[in-house]
Ligand binder design. Structure first.
Ligand code: S3P
Length: 168
């Protein structure tokens, strides 16, 4: 067993970088359980992410996210697909670095815009679906993504199988 297999594989990155799709495929390839954190929060709360933000506020969502990350990192080893804002809290960064191998997926703002344009499920991007705002938010988060990651994979122009092959 190599060191990767002994740890959680944690996918992080900006919204629309393909974390969930890549994590699902990797979980098949590596035969490890797959945890999609946003989906788990939606199931647990019985509410869409955008409704959680609207009705309970972002801090409430971030608390749920932090608690779930802590729980998952203590459980069975698997592939975790995190929401794009997981790096906003220092304690999450420390926990991920301690308990997993962190893979950062990146994409150009133009690619992100194309992928998120017609999707209403990301409250952080409400009113910000343009290159300038996406570039600005990415820049604000960039340092935190990079300080968390062990491995960086650019997804621009690559197929799902190319990305998974690179990671594996
Ligand atoms: C968020 C990203 C979303 C989701 C929430 C907040 C963010 O996940 O957790 O809308 O702050 O970047 P995805 O990265 O899977 O879209």
């Amino acid at each position: 067993m190599n060191s990767l297999q002994k740890q959680h594989l944690i996918l992080i990155g900006f919204m629309g970088t393909g974390k969930s799709t890549v994590a699902r495929q990797l979980s098949r390839q590596l035969e490890l359980p797959f945890f999609e954190m946003d989906e788990m929060i939606v199931q647990e709360q019985g509410m869409e992410i955008s409704n959680i933000f609207q009705e309970k506020g972002e801090a409430y969502f971030r608390d749920l996210e932090t608690a779930l990350l802590k729980k998952l990192l203590q459980e069975e080893k698997g592939i975790l697909s995190c929401g794009g804002g997981i790096i906003l809290r220092d304690e999450n960064i420390q926990a991920m670095k301690k308990h997993g191998t962190v893979i950062l997926l990146t994409a150009k703002p133009e690619t992100i815009l194309k992928r998120v344009q017609h999707n209403q499920s990301r409250p952080v991007l409400n009113g910000k679906k343009n290159i300038d705002d996406i570039t600005k938010l990415m820049k604000e988060r960039e340092e935190r993504y990079h300080m968390t990651a062990d491995i960086l994979i650019s997804t621009d122009g690559k197929s799902l199988s190319q990305i998974c092959e690179e990671i594996a």
